[in-house]
Design a protein. Structure first.
Length: 358
């Protein structure tokens, strides 16, 4: 008599599952062979590719449980227990309580386990031990990954999923940042306009008015599917985006990493790390902005002297020194005869003069 069943497949590099024996295709082949030899008709397949076994918050797993509740089938087949999950407590809850109560048959091919034929020692002794081993393995892998990332950070290697706006990953070394000349001029303009005295809102409005690409749109155009904190509903520049750029030290060649950490190896939740515990590497890559301009721009952040409704000067961010090629900023200084307007190169003036004109 033919019996209906579903197969569940899972793979996660985070769990150290990158070997061919754990590949999705290998799991599928093993389960199909077992089903064929034991008169099972596989009517559904659920695949969580890229999801850790340390928790059960997986889209296809949830869908499978929902279909089981709707009695679309009553048997689950997996390659082995580690494919089902690596959380000792949660795995035990499903296998020892939920499935038996709902009359769900569970088969783990490589573990030679079939809940329909299992005795008490299999379900309540051997199964928990194997689940515990899988859980311990996941914890061990998590610690090794964490340690590897920390070493990379301390070596000044960039380990983010995507490069900050204004940079891109080196084609020869994905852990090194190089200037993205396609958009780096936008970073320069933002800093120059801030030093010119414009509010972050005014800068954002100006960037929108001249059609400057936003960080999220640039990533989309580059084929990067990762989401970022910059993404907004209408994909327009706003003051928050501008502020994040102005306060980010990556633009002066400083790499700050390890700002957050996972709560534990079973949780996706991240918590903030105290600033003194961040891993900071100076001069890790080529800066887009000089340290003096960065300092002055951040000082101006506290003042934001111009109202957001003001329109930036037409030459803002477009004038450069003929002798040194450095960007020049507009300054308006009050005198007894009114105001004097002039352009200066902030990178070569003295600290005392800079304080006077800011």
């Amino acid at each position: 008599m033919e019996k209906f069943a579903c197969m569940y497949l899972r793979l996660s590099r985070e769990d150290g599952d990158s070997t061919e024996s754990n590949s999705i295709s290998n799991q599928r082949q093993i389960i199909k062979s077992y089903a064929r030899d034991n008169d099972f008709k596989v009517v559904a397949e659920y695949v969580d590719d890229g999801f850790s076994g340390s928790n059960f918050d997986r889209p296809k797993f949830k869908k499978m449980i929902q279909d089981l509740e709707e009695k679309k089938f009553k048997t689950i087949i997996v390659k082995d227990l580690s494919r089902f999950g690596r959380d000792y407590i949660e795995s035990g809850k499903y296998l020892q309580k939920i499935f038996p109560e709902k009359g769900i048959r569970f088969i783990s091919v490589n573990d030679n386990y079939d809940s329909e034929n299992a005795d008490v020692s299999d379900t309540h002794l051997i199964l928990p031990i194997r689940n515990f081993i899988n859980d311990s393995y996941c914890r061990d892998i998590s610690m090794k990954v964490k340690s590897s990332k920390e070493i990379k950070r301390k070596n000044g290697e960039f380990i983010g999923a995507f490069a900050p706006f204004g940079y891109k990953k080196d084609s020869k070394n994905k852990h090194k940042l190089v200037v993205d000349t396609e958009v780096s001029h936008i970073i320069e303009r933002i800093f120059n306009m801030k030093i010119d005295g414009y509010s972050s809102k005014a800068i954002a409005d100006f960037l929108n008015s001249i059609g400057c690409v936003t960080p999220s749109k640039h990533k989309e155009n580059s084929g990067d599917n990762h989401t970022t904190g910059f993404i907004v509903k209408d994909s327009k520049w706003d003051a928050k985006m501008v502020n994040r750029i102005i306060t980010n030290k990556v633009y002066i060649g400083v790499l700050e990493q390890g700002k957050t950490r996972k709560l534990n190896y079973k949780s996706k939740r991240e918590v903030e790390v105290n600033e003194e515990d961040w891993i900071v590497i100076n001069d890790s890559h080529k800066p887009i902005i000089s340290k003096s301009i960065y300092a002055l721009a951040n000082k101006m952040m506290l003042r934001d002297v111009k109202q957001s409704a003001d329109i930036p000067h037409i030459l803002s961010g477009m004038l450069y020194c003929k002798d040194c090629g450095s960007s020049m900023v507009r300054r308006k200084v009050k005198s007894k005869n009114g105001y004097n307007i002039f352009y200066i190169v902030l990178t070569i003036i003295t600290k005392e003069i800079a304080q006077d004109i800011v």
